[in-house]
Ligand binder design. Structure first.
Ligand SMILES: Cc1cc2nc3c(=O)[nH]c(=O)nc-3n(C[C@H](O)[C@H](O)[C@H](O)COP(=O)(O)OP(=O)(O)OC[C@H]3O[C@@H](n4cnc5c(N)ncnc54)[C@H](O)[C@@H]3O)c2cc1C
Length: 510
């Protein structure tokens, strides 16, 4: 019997995971990727001769990767060196206050008591319990479910789950709900920022996103070699399992025959025949017809608002003054204006919050020479409009670095040791997105249910990535890759499927 051929378009985390799991189960898989290597947003830039992680830096939910590696007969720790971080993040405000959150809850409680008093520390303790309950309530019926609907989820929650959701006021925004938990505005701001992990405004994101706090409090890990090492590792395992990689190979179209996927068209006119295609680009590209007019119905017609983009500076610099940890966030008092600027006015924030990842810190002695940093501020996904002028970018840069200086941090760069990436650059890398890095914004209670599932309405076309359920972030995209692999397997004739399960041990999507 001829094997169904699979082409995976895109070597982002989801594309890599689905290619790996499908090849492990014996399917012939070719992966085509526009860029010169794997990772997509999990990218590394070479600055002053050294590689700097310039995409995601916070590695959470390691159990997702434990399961993926086990599903292909290996273990995360056999393939990668990872270490838990004792300090989850250092938070600094321009009024001079500072707070570390720790992996150990009691240490965080003590630190909060010092910052804001023991009553606030008790409120934090209660918040941790609530965030954990929200996470536990939604993990099964939403995060792990291949195609959750609001109705199914509600009926699956049971009285206890419904009680948990009712207690946070699910129709409230994250910002409003946090107002019930914290009196200290700095803590409210700190936990509201988790909405930006899926590219959203705390003022519009649903209260349920407080589950991200639990995700982080359950452990943040550092990966030796940086997050990019994770992408390289998945690519290495996939190649070992038989995936044929074709880098620098943009896919220009997905071909249909009698309404079913029949292959992909590559840039130089070459056609690769395939019975199944896993598309790992942003679904905005399908909606815009970039992969062919006949592919437009593959995704919901109505586009939800785009998520956040970013301006990033990848650099090598001498760090003076304030002691950095691995993950550092610099806040100012007026948080709302950042999201008004971005989501209401579509402009760069005049008062940005600045995230600094000091990648050489957190697991050993602090470096004495120049070190690798990624600085990031949120930005509107307007990289396909000409509203983000060079002058606006320069102002944003000045506002960002002057905040760091006000907080006591000085960065001294040598020439040619800083690379800036703007929403326009992200738009070029991730077509049709305007530079949005997290798919659609999670604004409103229903937003999480409006992402498409792996199984598209076009036979043979499967979707994977941060713009697809369960959403953005490295572990979520990885889960989406698993769901895509499972959807491909489920679409095979039953004889072929059972033969494969018997020979490979199957794919775990638990
Ligand atoms: C600056 C930044 C910071 C972030 N921080 C974090 C963080 O700390 N923690 C976290 O968990 N997440 C973070 N994220 C989000 C996380 O990186 C993404 O959600 C996740 O990596 C997305 O993976 P994906 O599978 O959707 O693929 P993507 O990374 O979107 O990759 C898609 C790939 O498909 C390729 N492609 C698209 N169209 C085509 C085509 N037509 N032909 C060929 N190839 C194509 C692209 O070139 C790309 O390589 C961050 C992202 C960025 C950019």
């Amino acid at each position: 019997m001829t094997e169904p051929r699979v082409v995976v378009v895109g070597a982002g985390i989801a594309g890599l995971v689905s290619a790996l799991q499908l090849a492990h189960q014996g399917l012939p898989v070719t992966l085509v990727e526009a860029a010169g290597g794997p990772g997509g947003k999990v990218r590394q830039l070479v600055v002053g001769g050294v590689p700097v992680d310039s995409g995601p830096t916070v590695f959470t939910m390691r159990w997702v990767f434990d399961q993926i590696f086990e599903s292909v007969g290996t273990q995360l720790e056999t393939e990668l060196r990872i270490a838990p971080l004792a300090v989850l993040a250092r938070h600094v405000w321009d009024d001079g206050s500072q707070l570390d959150l720790f992996a150990d809850r009691q240490q965080s409680i003590d630190a909060i008591a010092q910052l804001a008093g023991s009553a606030e520390a008790q409120r934090f303790n209660h918040f941790c319990d609530t965030a954990r309950k929200v996470y536990d309530t939604l993990e099964g019926p939403f995060i792990r479910s291949p195609s959750p609907t609001m109705g199914q989820m509600m009926s699956g929650l049971g009285p206890r789950g419904l009680g948990v959701l009712a207690s946070i006021g699910p129709l409230r925004s994250l910002w409003d709900s946090l107002g019930q938990h914290f009196k200290d505005q700095r803590l409210r701001q700190l936990f509201a920022r988790y909405a930006t992990y899926c590219g959203s405004s705390p003022w519009q994101a649903p209260a349920t996103l407080m589950l991200i706090a639990q995700v982080e409090m359950a452990g943040v890990w550092s990966v030796q070699g940086g997050m990019h090492a994770l992408a390289q590792c998945l690519a290495r395992l996939a190649a070992r399992a038989g995936v044929v990689f074709r880098y620098n190979t943009p896919c220009e179209g997905i071909a249909l025959s009698h309404g079913r996927v029949s292959g992909v068209r590559l840039a130089q006119g070459e056609v690769l025949a395939a019975e199944r295609v896993v598309f790992n680009g942003d679904i905005a590209a399908l909606r815009a017809g970039l992969l062919g007019q006949s592919l437009i119905p593959a995704v919901p017609r109505k586009a939800a608002p785009r998520s956040l983009s970013a301006v990033t500076w990848s650099m090598r610099a001498h760090v003076r003054g304030l002691a950095l940890d691995r993950h550092n966030v610099f806040f100012r008092a007026d948080y709302a204006s950042e999201f008004d600027d971005i989501f209401k006015h579509g402009r760069l924030p005049r008062q940005p919050t600045v995230y600094v990842c000091a990648q050489d810190r957190g697991t050993g002695p602090s470096p004495d020479g120049p070190e690798r940093l990624l600085c990031l501020v949120n930005a509107p996904a307007a990289g396909d409009r000409d509203t983000l002028s060079e002058q606006a970018l320069a102002q944003c840069e000045e506002a960002s670095f002057s905040l760091l200086r006000r907080c006591g941090l000085t960065l001294q760069m040598e020439s040619d040791s800083c690379l800036r990436t703007t929403p326009s650059d992200f738009h070029r890398l991730f077509p049709a997105t305007g530079g949005a890095l997290y798919g659609q914004a999670t604004h409103g209670w229903m937003a999480a249910f409006s992402r498409p599932n792996a199984q598209s309405p076009i036979p043979g076309l499967v979707l994977a990535g941060g713009s697809v359920h369960p959403g953005p972030g490295v572990p979520m995209a990885a889960m989406s890759g698993q769901l895509a692999a499972a959807a491909v397997m489920a679409s095979l004739p039953s004889t072929s499927r059972s033969r494969r399960m018997a020979t490979s041990g199957g794919t775990s999507t638990r």
